[in-house]
Design a protein around this ligand. Structure first.
Ligand code: PCA
Length: 329
């Protein structure tokens, strides 16, 4: 045997030995940015989902959650997943309304103001949303609604006229538009930043769930929460399409089943948190209760304008979503 052949044989057998020592599939690490604080129910749900995947795949896919906008700020999470900077993550669906009006289906005022209605509306919108996401290199894994949206202020408010000139924290196009139509001054701020915004007076009001006000301890700055039940916006978890297509069928099955469980668990948590967090706001010293008739009728008329504007912007596909939803009622 010539020396070179001998050497090559040695290299080959070393390679065989190394392969035998490795697991069948190299473990993958997926980073999962989330915009909301670690203590928020969506984030806690995301951590349980990540553990389910890591455990179910026996560590072949290990998902690490990064809550509170710590890896990417909320507004940057979708792009980070689309471009493959991270594999998976969570974002507020209506946060993309500026890209495509369809994403704002869940923030049309008073269209689907209860958990049951919002579940129907989501089912009606899902095929259209999945199509848009697919074109953007994304696959939706699960989605969970926030509790119904109400209005926060640092004074008593009985009518839309009382809202004139207030600095209003918005989180998507619909909330900015609501502010404009009620004479308020919108400023877009991520939930992770709102405690500071309220403490420094950058914002004095917002529309959100009891859950977000509770998470961010807004009673330190604000005084009133009015139940309005304007809409229930969704958070969704998405994965990069290329990453998803590169995942084995067995692992896809495990992830899909963990996602199904997360969707159910998240919905239940959202329902449970509705009263729990409103009680928490009251314990924190806030006045919590339904909005008065005059305020509600003013908001309903603003809602009509916003509904017409959304239908105009979302075109035929938007109308088809609303028609499909109405057919379910
Ligand atoms: N909390 C999120 C979105 C809706 C909600 O209830 C927020 O305020 O950013």
């Amino acid at each position: 045997m010539k020396l070179t052949t001998k050497l090559m044989t040695g290299v080959a057998s070393a390679a065989v030995a190394m392969t035998a020592a490795l697991p069948a599939v190299a473990a993958e690490k997926w980073d999962m940015p989330m915009a909301y604080s670690a203590s928020n129910f969506h984030s806690e749900n995301g951590v349980t989902f990540a553990e389910c995947v890591t455990k179910g795949t026996q560590g072949d896919i290990e998902i690490t959650v990064h809550p509170g906008g710590s890896l990417f700020a909320g507004a940057d999470i979708k792009r980070a997943i689309q471009t493959g900077q991270v594999q998976i993550g969570e974002r507020l669906l209506s946060g993309h309304q500026n890209e495509n009006a369809l994403f704002g289906f869940d923030s049309v005022p008073f269209l689907a103001p209860s958990f049951d209605d919002s579940a129907n509306l989501f089912e009606a919108a899902k095929p259209a949303i999945e199509k848009v996401l697919d074109e953007q290199n994304l696959v939706m894994l699960y989605a969970v609604p926030w509790p119904p949206q109400g209005l926060y202020f640092k004074k008593e408010v009985n009518s839309v006229a009382d809202m004139e000139g207030i600095k209003f924290r918005s989180y998507n196009n619909a909330t900015s538009r609501l502010a404009e139509l009620t004479g308020m001054l919108p400023v877009t701020i991520e939930a992770a930043e709102i405690s500071q915004a309220f403490a420094t007076g950058v914002a004095e009001s917002m529309i959100s769930s009891g859950a977000t006000g509770y998470d961010r301890k807004v009673w330190e700055s604000l005084t009133h929460f009015y139940e309005v039940d304007a809409w229930l916006p969704y958070n969704y978890v998405m994965v990069n399409k290329g990453v998803w297509e590169g995942t084995s069928d067995a692992h896809k099955g495990i992830i899909t089943s963990c996602a199904g469980e997360a969707q159910e668990r998240g919905l239940q948590a959202s329902k449970d948190y509705t009263q729990f967090t409103m009680d928490g706001l009251a314990e924190g010293g806030m006045t919590v209760g339904p909005a008065g008739d005059e305020l509600m009728s003013g908001l309903r008329s603003v809602g009509e304008t916003m509904t017409a504007e959304w239908l105009e912007a979302a075109g035929e596909e938007g109308k088809a979503i609303v028609d499909a939803f109405k057919a379910m009622e």
